[in-house]
Structure formats: C-alpha cells, structure tokens
Design a protein around this ligand. Structure first.
Ligand code: SF4
Length: 384
C-alpha cells in the first residue's frame, strides 16, 4: 500500500494563509528551516504554531511538492552547500506523523542524492519504527540528527501527547550499535513547578543515557502563547512573556546537579548536535566561554581548534551577496562575538554566524553574561 501523503493546497488556499506561514524557508538559530508541510494534531499548548497564525491548522497540508521545496531550499540565498545546517518541519508539524513521514524521507533522500554533507536536524516527539532506522541508515552524505522532544510534563491540558512516546522512540532509534545518524534528548520545555521535581529530573537523567547527547532548555513564552494559556484557563508558568527561552537560574543549578554524572549535557542545541557528530559547534558558542563549563574536555579542545575571530571586512564581504544585508554595520568584534546592526531581521545574522562559525549578535538585543540567549526572567539583576 502506498504511504499516505498530505493534501496539496491550491494557490487560492495558500494566498489566504497568514503571511509568515507562506514563507516555507526561514532562517532560525539552529539552521535554515524548511516548512512546506504545516498542521499538527498533537496540540502541545506551548506550540510555536501559535506565533505563525497556524494554531487552528490541525491537519497537515502541503504548500508545494517535496521536489519544489527541496529546490527552493538549495537555491535559497542563505543556503551554503555543506555548511548551512538544515531543519526539516520544525515549525508547523511533526516530521514523523504518519502522513508527514513520507515527505520527511523524500526531502532527506533528495538532499542526500545531491551528495550534500550539511547537518540536517529532525525534531520529533512521535512514535518511530525499526523501518525508520533502516531508511535513515541508507543516507550516505547528510549529517542527520534526530532530536527527541521530551518534557516529562504529565498535565494533559499542556501536553496531550504523552512524553513517554518520545522516550520510547529515543531508546529505539539509539539502540543500534552502528548507525549513520545521531540521537539527541531534546529535554524541553523545562518549567519550574510543572516538570522539575527531583523524580522528573532523575527520570530525564536516566533517559539521557540512551542518547548521544542531551540539551536542556526552557519555554518560549511569547505573547500569543500566553494569550492561549489565559483563554483556556491553563496555569500560567510566568507572569510575563519574553523573546528568548526562559531558564531560571535555580532550575539550571538543579539540572546540572541532577546530571553531575553525565558527560554529554549541553545548554545549546547546536553544541549537542555538533558533539554527537564529533564536530565543533557550528554556532561558535565557544566564544561565550561560560557556556562551555559543562562540556567534555575533548570537545572544548575541538571547538577551540577551529575558533577564529573574523575581521570586519570579511564579514562585510560575505554579507555583500545578500540584498537584505546592504545596510550592515559591524559595530564591534571581540573574541566572544561580532556585534552587528542595520539588518532587517535575524536571518542574515544567522547566515553569517554559520558561515564563520562565530557568534554574530544583534546590537539591539545585547546578551548578558552567563545568560546567553535566555530571557531575564528568573535571574538576579546584577547590581550597578
Ligand atoms: S566547547 Fe563550548 S561551544 Fe563547543 S560544543 Fe562545548 S559548549 Fe559548545
């Protein structure tokens, strides 16, 4: 029986989608993201679909064919062969829903057929099967990482699709001794009072032993998500919203203590992915030295060996190929990061960050010491 695929939308239907939903290729921090399939029935209350005007879209549908989508991705102005990390269906659906799975494989196989060696990140909480192992093992060139979203949240109003499914998938996919892809326990979202009891932290630690690496992170508590919580009388995790993920200081300390026996725990997704493949971090987090204090010594050495501070002229030259980076100004460069202004949004910044493997920060949104890429919520304000 041929696999079930998702229905293809007409041009009229596509024209009626919210503007952001129509952008099938978008640069997000962990990579260039391909999203030509949109819609998900799993209903996690904190889903990022809220912010794309797609929350009500529960049935996956395609905006174009897989072949067209792959063409759009590899011809995109931000795509660099063998360099740009790619994420497949990480914004609006789950890549291993039964009807989406054939599309996920079609995309991966089309990229692999081009002999591309880019990182490909596939984030799922769905059930996987032993056939998935065989099919992923047939990919010869791509560096594929499966990231299993696991929270341990048992409030079904927040997460109706139970976390134990992702835990079982992680164990299944990590079991083969020889495999071409890597597995990451994507432990998120961690929310104080909801899923951070000592038993829950310990359960996550036990699960992490199956994965090649673990990354922990908090909740993206954006305005649209907070509105949904209020409208549905769900317990609000925080009294305010933020543009970055929330990981309060005391929670981080407790996670580190629960994982004191781990040799593969990371604060950043790209660090976990890079470590799992024996490669340096492609986001250049090595510059933010305090992030590396939990990283294995061998990995720190590897990242150090490739860390290079680019010159302002090199950054300007690389940006000159992008029409949207015409007004770029390199404000400052230190060993930690280059600070940029004049860009319309974050996308060209990620293009430069991945091209140089060096942190590129937005002058308008400075990072605070020890809180890199995280919201201020739950951290003591340093005294002036
Ligand atoms: S050394 Fe630092 S940058 Fe490199 S993987 Fe470890 S934590 Fe990330």
């Amino acid at each position: 029986m041929p696999p079930i695929r998702v229905p293809l939308l007409s041009q009229d239907q596509i024209a009626r989608l919210p503007v952001r939903a129509r952008e099938v290729v978008e640069y997000r921090k962990s990579g260039l993201s391909l999203n030509h399939i949109q819609g998900c029935p799993l209903d996690c209350a904190y889903c990022i679909r809220h912010t794309y005007g797609l929350w009500d879209q529960r049935r996956p549908r395609a905006l174009m064919t897989d072949a067209e989508a792959v063409k759009e991705l590899v011809n995109h102005r931000y795509f660099q062969p063998h360099v740009t990390p790619v994420q497949v269906f990480n914004r609006a659906t789950d890549p291993f829903l039964p009807s989406v799975r054939p599309h996920t494989f079609a995309v991966a196989e089309a990229l692999d057929a081009r002999e591309l060696t880019n990182h490909v990140l596939i984030i799922t909480r769905h059930q996987m099967t032993s056939d998935d192992i065989d099919r992923l093992n047939r990919l010869r060139h791509l560096r594929v990482t499966l990231l299993f979203t696991y929270s341990g949240i048992d409030d079904r109003r927040i997460e109706p699709y139970p976390s134990h499914v992702a835990a079982e998938s992680l164990k299944l996919m990590s079991a083969p001794r020889s495999r071409r892809y890597r597995t990451v326990l994507y432990w998120r979202p961690l929310v104080p009072g909801l899923n951070d009891s000592p038993e829950q932290l310990n359960r996550a630690y036990e699960l992490s032993k199956h994965a090649d690496a673990t990354v922990f992170t908090g909740l993206f508590y954006r305005d649209q998500i907070a509105e949904y919580y209020r409208a549905n009388h769900l317990p609000e995790p925080y009294g305010e919203t933020a543009r970055r993920k929330v990981v309060p200081e005391t929670l981080e300390k407790r996670v580190l203590s629960a994982f004191s026996g781990s040799r593969a725990l990371f604060r950043k997704t790209s660090c976990a992915v890079a470590f799992a493949h024996g490669l340096p971090d492609y986001n250049g987090h090595y510059g933010i030295r305090e992030l590396c204090d939990i990283c294995p010594a061998r990995q720190v050495k590897l990242c150090a060996s490739t860390h290079r501070r680019p010159e302002a002229e090199e950054i300007q030259r690389a940006a000159s190929s992008l029409p949207d980076a015409r007004d770029l100004v390199v404000e400052d460069i230190t060993d930690r990061a280059a600070v940029l202004s004049g860009l319309p949004d974050e996308q060209p910044r990620y293009f430069l960050q991945h091209g140089f493997g060096f942190q590129m920060h937005d002058a308008a949104h400075p990072h605070r010491e020890r809180r890199h890429g995280r919201a201020d919520i739950g951290w003591k304000v340093p005294e002036q």
